[in-house]
Design a protein around this ligand. Structure first.
Ligand SMILES: C[S@@+](CC[C@H](N)C(=O)[O-])C[C@H]1O[C@@H](n2cnc3c(N)ncnc32)[C@H](O)[C@@H]1O
Length: 301
């Protein structure tokens, strides 16, 4: 009996942004014969998702890695390293669906000590993989000159006051007071923008700088490009690629890549001429979904 996904008896689905496993769980339920492999670079998320999805037994497995390493993560070698082995009968590197729900999770945002939130005080970390060796946001601020910081704030946050804020960071650094906590950075931003400017900004005045730093610290756009480069080689006939993005920078990358796969390489077709947006009810229930855009591509048979 087939269960509807690409007409396969045993579809193999990759959840490239496992988080707490909400998407994986929904897919395990929806496709009773599917096997789901979840990837995340946040070891804590992975631990929690494993507990949540334990009841699904061998139909679910989790890999601790960056999806920018998609190919090695999904090769027998990558999975072996992370303690997961392909059942021998399934030893193949082709998959029937890939799902990516980009960006940070609610868990990462809501736990102050992860340093993502301008509303919760904590160390200025912002690494999705705090067990890795990439520099923290505090280290980036302490080491990067004002010109480059302004570029980061503008390019990844579209922050109009990028130069003023970057100059203030440099000034604090000169006084030996480079921000070490989310509260200190939020206060620095507030302190260097006049009240009327802050009122006009719409939303918290630190929102754009926090977004920009987070994207930079985690090289989010670079990893997305790397993943999109590798995905086609792993796609079985009829494979679906579904990507949900939350800001225009990542959505643009996905849109262009899908279009190139259709028009330039002829690998399949874009299923979403326009991105799918959340309905009113979804937006009420889940605030974060307000900025979500879903795009889907299907590889040819
Ligand atoms: C929006 S959350 C996903 C939530 C998930 N769909 C759920 O139902 O719980 C994004 C997750 O992707 C992870 N992530 C983001 N970029 C990643 C990357 N380049 N490699 C691996 N994991 C990544 C984050 O650590 C986070 O846990």
């Amino acid at each position: 009996m087939e269960d509807g996904l690409g007409g396969k008896d045993h579809p193999r689905i990759v959840d490239g942004t496992l988080g707490l496993g909400g998407y994986s769980e929904a897919m395990l339920r929806e496709f009773p014969r599917a096997e789901v492999i979840g990837i995340d670079r946040d070891a804590e998320a992975l631990r929690r998702a494993r507990v949540r999805l334990e009841e699904w037994g061998p139909r679910f497995s989790a890999v601790y890695t960056n999806f920018g390493n998609l190919q090695s993560a999904l090769s027998g070698e990558g999975l072996g390293v992370s303690g997961w082995q392909f059942p021998p009968e399934l030893k193949s590197n082709m998959f029937d669906a890939f799902v990516f729900d980009l960006g940070v999770s609610n868990m990462q945002l809501s736990e102050g000590e992860r340093g993502f939130s301008f509303q919760r005080d904590g160390p200025l970390d912002m690494r999705m993989d705090p067990e890795g060796d990439a520099p923290t946001a505090a280290e980036v601020l302490a080491r990067t000159d004002a010109k480059e910081l302004a570029r980061i704030f503008w390019e990844y946050g579209e922050e109009r006051h990028s130069r003023r804020i970057a100059a203030q960071v440099e000034e604090c650094r000169r006084r030996g007071k480079s921000p070490q906590t989310t509260g200190e950075l939020a206060a620095l931003i507030r302190g260097c923008l006049p009240e009327p400017v802050q009122r006009k900004m719409g939303g918290h005045p630190a929102r754009r700088v926090f977004q920009a730093l987070r994207i930079f610290v985690n090289d989010e756009l670079g990893e997305l490009e790397a993943m999109l480069e590798q995905l086609p080689a792993l796609a079985a006939e009829g494979c679906l690629a579904v990507i949900v993005s939350y800001h225009s920078l990542e959505d643009r990358i996905v849109k262009h890549r899908f279009r190139a796969w259709e028009k330039e390489t002829g690998w399949g077709r874009v299923l979403t001429k326009h991105p799918v947006l959340p309905g009113e009810e979804e937006m009420e229930r889940n605030y974060k979904s307000r900025s979500a855009k879903l795009r889907a591509f299907q590889f040819s048979d």
